[in-house]
Design a protein around this ligand. Sequence first.
Ligand SMILES: [Zn+2]
Length: 511
Amino acid sequence: MTSHIQIFDTTLRDGEQTPGVNFSFDERLKIAKQLEKWGVDIIEAGFPASSSGSFKSVEAISKTLTTTAVCGLARCVKKDIDAVYQSTKEAVKPRIHVFLATSPIHRDSKLMMSKEEVLASIKEHVAYATECFDVVQFSPEDATRTELPFLIECVQTAVDAGASVINIPDTVGFSYPTEYGKIFKTLQESIKTNHEVIYSAHCHDDLGLAVANSMSAIENGAKRIEGTLNGIGERAGNTALEEVALGLYVRQDHYGNQTQINLEETKNTSDLIARYAGIRVPRNKAIVGQNAFSHESGIHQDGVLKNPETYEIMTPQLVGVKTTELPLGKLSGKHAFSEKLVALGYDVDAEEQKELFKQFKTIADKKKSVTDRDIHALIQGTEHEQNAIYKVEALQLQFVSNGLQSAVVVIQDKDGNTYQDSSIGTGSIVSVYNAVDRIFNRKTELIDYRIESVTEGTDAQAEVHVQIKIGDQIVTGVGIDHDILLASCKSYVEAHAKYVSNSEVKEGIHS
Ligand SMILES: [Zn+2]
């Protein structure tokens, strides 16, 4: 008999705690819609009490999703619980996730609370949350470093106060599979209750064990797995949900459990999140990496040609990887283009499609065949331009002397105001970035600069990723253009713009 494993996605909460990741309001909404399409049971949409930006996006996601439960995070503080209630009340299934740290190091060094005070706070706030929510989830933060007898006491207190989901966070990625599994077994044997309790796993990948620990939790009775797509998250990240979903599917014989994940949407979902997070998936990443289904050695290739099952435990098609892509060309019409957009997982309205088609024709005139990667680049570039708070209007470079370059940069904000400045530097990029810094009048530190060619050939589009530090905040920007210098400038301006728009959104919560 198979039973259902709930998939709880926290890409928009824990995933956004990845250094340098700041999703915009629109991006959050698009991610939530795609996660619903992928089939997750619950989306943790944010931490509404942390900022008005988070509150508004949780509220908008609650109003938008039609089947998926929407959850908000709350500390053991009444105003946090109220904020989750207010922001999720229009969701089809509103949910709350209340947490409090329980480990000795967190009690003594962070909370300054005794065991008795921790228990009293759990009791009070879980009970308070049950007044507005049918389903209340409680997490003893840093559970895996909590004394087991005290952990049992905390969980019993939460269950007695009405919690029906108990999540066990391995907050610092410290546990190993047999130990983590045993916690679930012990809790189920020890907790006394007459209502149903679902146990949930929440792992971090500091020792590379997040997925292994989650699978061990399932073997020991967990019915919910928390994590993110591509495993993004604070430090080494969270449990990669696509790996859990496929692990359960491919090894059904062993786990005997199923999820409601629409596996064919896996690649599209992963791509979307990689794009908005600005974090490329490593080539060798399980399930969604570029090499996950490539066979290099002759013996393997020969085997796969004779029978794919010789070296493949799952097909690329299963997770939505297209192996035989049909490129578009000069003669492709609107219909073929629109079908391609759907196949690549893009949800664009008619107006947008018209604009994109025009740009597609320009590319098709230059290139013999327009590949899927060209289309991705086209849409990414357009999305960036549309969402941009500032647009690069003009960029001019001139060689001065002794290797010095001078740059003039003109940018425009959404209201049409233009700003310009100039600067010199020891190379083109430095001079451009100095000029942009002068426009924003900010001191920055360039942490990372990366150029990738998005498409093949000498007419490839360049995608530049930058990471800069402004004050104590790290922000990222992406710029796409045929011209590398212009792409560099766009990415840098975007990073500056993100600092403006997201200075209050970042949530400093570890769970
Ligand atoms: Zn976490």
